[in-house]
Design a protein around this ligand. Structure first.
Ligand code: GDP
Length: 328
C-alpha cells in the first residue's frame, strides 16, 4: 500500500508536471470511495485556476478506421513539430458492460506512450455514460493543470459516447474510410453533423485515389448541413496515419478554427454552454447515484425489476412507486 498523499502534495505534484502524481489523482477522480471523491474535489478546486487553457480535440470513428494509429502519428507530430505537450484520453463505451474493450488494449500507441511529453489514459468504465464523461472532464482538467496543451479525447463511433466527447471538445474530428461504392452509406448522419473536420484515413498505396474521391464526396455532403454556429465551414481532408501524411494540414485546419472562433466569440460561448451542460449532467448523475444507493430502493429494486420484466407491473407504474418510496 502506497502512502496516501495530502491534497497539497497532489496539487504541487500536478503543477510540477509529475506524471505519476497526475495518474494517482486521476485514480482518485475515478474512485467510488467517498473519501477519495472528497479529496479529488479538493484537488480539483485548487487547480481550477490552472485549467481551461488547452485545446481540446475530440476524435471519433468506427473501430478499425485507424484512431490509435492516427493519434500515435498526430500526437507525435504535435510534440515534435509544434512543441506541444499532448494528453490522450480514451473513452471506451464497450468496457462499461462487458468488461471487454475496443480501445483499452496495451499495444495501442506504443511510441507515443514512451514520449515524456505525452500522457495516455483510458477512461475507466463507469455505471453510465454520464458517469464516464463527468470523470473524463475532471481528468481533462487535471491534465490541463499539469500543463498539457493539447488534449485528444478519443472515442469509438458507436452508441452515444461521441455526443459526450463532442460536449467536452473545442474541435471535433471524424475519421472515416473510403468505402466501396456509395461513399456516404452507413454513416450516422448525426455524427457527420457534429464534425468540424472529416478526415479520410488510409489515403495511401492503392487506396489513395478512392480516398480522394471519398474526400470530395464528403466535402459536398458537409456543405449540405445547416451552417455551423461558429461560422466555421467544415471540410474534408485525406491523410495516412500510417505514412504520417497530411498531418500538417490537419493541424493547420484546427488552428484556423481556433483563430476564427476565438475572434468571433464562439469558442468562449461553446465553453460556457459546455460548462452549463456539465453542471446539469453532474446534478443528474448525483441524483441517480443517491437514488440507487438509497437503502429502501436497493431493497426493493430487484423485485420490482423482476415484476416489470415478467409483465406483472407496468414500467411507468413501477417507476412511480419506487420514486414515491424514495421521496418519502
Ligand atoms: P482503431 O480501431 O480506429 O484504433 O484503428 P487502428 O489504429 O487500430 O487501425 C486499424 C488497422 O488499420 C491497423 O491494422 C492499422 O495498421 C491500419 N491503419 C491505420 N491507419 C492506417 C493508414 O493510414 N493506412 C493504412 N494502410 N492502414 C492503416
Amino acid at each position: 500500500m502506497r502512502k496516501r498523499l495530502t491534497a497539497t502534495e497532489y496539487i504541487e505534484g500536478i503543477l510540477a508536471f509529475d506524471i505519476s502524481i497526475l495518474s494517482r489523482a486521476i485514480t482518485l477522480v475515478e474512485s467510488r470511495l467517498t473519501s477519495d471523491r472528497l479529496l479529488a474535489k479538493e484537488i480539483l478546486q485548487a487547480l481550477l485556476p490552472h485549467t481551461g487553457k488547452s485545446l481540446r480535440v475530440g476524435i471519433t470513428g468506427v473501430p478499425g478506421v485507424g484512431k490509435s494509429t492516427f493519434i500515435e502519428s498526430f500526437g507525435s507530430f504535435l510534440i515534435e513539430k509544434v512543441q506541444k505537450k499532448v494528453a490522450v484520453l480514451a473513452i471506451d463505451p464497450s468496457s462499461q458492460r462487458s468488461g471487454g474493450s475496443i480501445l483499452g488494449d496495451k499495444t495501442r500507441m506504443q511510441v507515443l506512450s514512451q514520449n515524456p511529453n505525452a500522457y495516455i489514459r483510458p477512461s475507466a468504465a463507469g455505471d453510465s455514460l454520464g458517469g464516464v464523461s463527468n470523470k473524463t472532464r475532471e481528468t481533462l482538467l487535471l491534465c490541463e493543470a499539469a500543463g498539457f496543451e493539447v488534449i485528444l479525447i478519443e472515442t469509438v463511433g458507436v452508441g452515444q459516447s461521441e455526443t459526450a466527447v463532442k460536449e467536452m471538445s473545442d474541435f471535433f474530428l471524424l475519421l472515416m474510410l473510403a468505402g466501396a461504392g456509395d461513399e456516404l452509406q452507413g454513416i450516422k448522419r448525426g455524427i457527420m453533423e457534429m464534425a468540424d473536420l472529416v478526415v479520410i484515413n488510409k489515403a495511401d498505396g492503392e487506396n489513395q485515389l478512392r480516398a480522394e474521391q471519398a474526400r470530395a464526396d464528403y466535402a459536398r455532403a458537409l456543405h449540405l448541413f445547416p451552417p455551423h454556429q461558429g461560422s466555421w465551414i467544415p471540410e474534408a481532408l485525406t491523410c495516412s496515419a500510417l505514412e504520417k501524411s497530411n498531418l500538417e494540414s490537419i493541424w493547420q485546419h484546427i488552428q484556423n478554427y481556433q483563430t476564427l472562433t476565438q475572434n468571433n466569440g464562439f469558442w468562449h460561448i461553446n465553453r460556457q454552454n459546455q460548462n452549463l451542460q456539465w453542471f446539469k449532467a453532474t446534478i443528474n448523475e448525483e441524483l441517480q447515484r443517491h437514488f440507487y444507493q438509497n437503502e429502501s430502493i436497493r431493497n426493493s429494486l430487484e423485485i420490482v425489476e423482476e415484476q416489470v420484466r415478467a409483465g406483472k407491473t407496468p414500467p411507468m407504474l413501477a417507476a412511480e412507486t419506487l420514486l414515491r418510496k424514495y421521496f418519502e
